[in-house]
Ligand binder design. Structure first.
Ligand code: GLN
Length: 197
């Protein structure tokens, strides 16, 4: 059973994505529910609001404990919350689950949201997809324990620290569910491309 943190933001789209590929899922609103799930998604939304709602019910410590043993995938605001340091915000208390530093709203305002192709490499498979960036953060630096798994032009947009994943874009708004299936079911879809040389 996979949980989607459902305090604020785009959680419903993640639940639908998981449902579409038959991954059993529940919305998680209380820390006590964490014991029932095998993995968690922290969705996009507004990281400041989510952080405030999390603080009210001591979610931070419970999520840090959960992450010791089970995988978490964070998308956009979720990635911000999972980071170690936020360069341009000191009101959010980041979880430090992904060893990265991020800059919020780094592409500009809502108007500068866009859809473009990214390249994500998981387990030797290359996924080339058009995805949505909505007031997305940029990953400004990564620690030694973090692997870059996604690029958009010269920007890092996907990372992995141990069993945890973070994406600056919104995979739940794509038609496919490749990243959800890879992270929570271990399924890969693409074989290595570009190996003609
Ligand atoms: N700009 C938002 C924040 O900083 C993130 C946007 C998103 O999740 N799509 O929280």
């Amino acid at each position: 059973m996979i949980g989607v943190l459902a305090l604020q933001g785009d959680y419903d789209k993640h639940l639908r994505t998981l449902d579409r590929v038959n991954i059993p899922a529940i919305d998680v609103r209380y820390p006590s529910q964490l014991s029932k799930i095998d993995g968690l998604i922290i969705p996009g939304g507004e990281s400041t609001t989510m952080n405030d709602l999390m603080s009210r019910i001591d979610f931070h410590n419970h999520l840090i404990d959960f992450a010791q043993k089970k995988p978490i995938m964070g998308t956009c605001a979720g990635l911000i919350l999972m980071s170690k340091k936020i360069k341009n915000d000191d009101k959010i208390n980041p979880l430090g689950i992904l060893d990265i530093e991020v800059t919020r709203n780094a592409y500009g305002r809502q108007l500068h949201s866009f859809i473009d192709k990214v390249e994500v490499v998981v387990d030797g498979s290359i996924i080339n997809e058009r995805v949505a960036f909505i007031r997305a953060p940029k990953i400004s630096s990564i620690g030694k324990s973090t692997e870059v798994i996604g690029k958009h032009k010269n920007d890092i947009v996907g990372v992995k620290t141990g069993i945890h994943y973070g994406f600056a874009f919104h995979p739940e708004l794509s038609e496919n569910a490749y990243l959800h299936q890879y992270i929570f079911q271990g399924k890969t879809h693409y074989k290595e491309e570009n190996n003609a040389a």
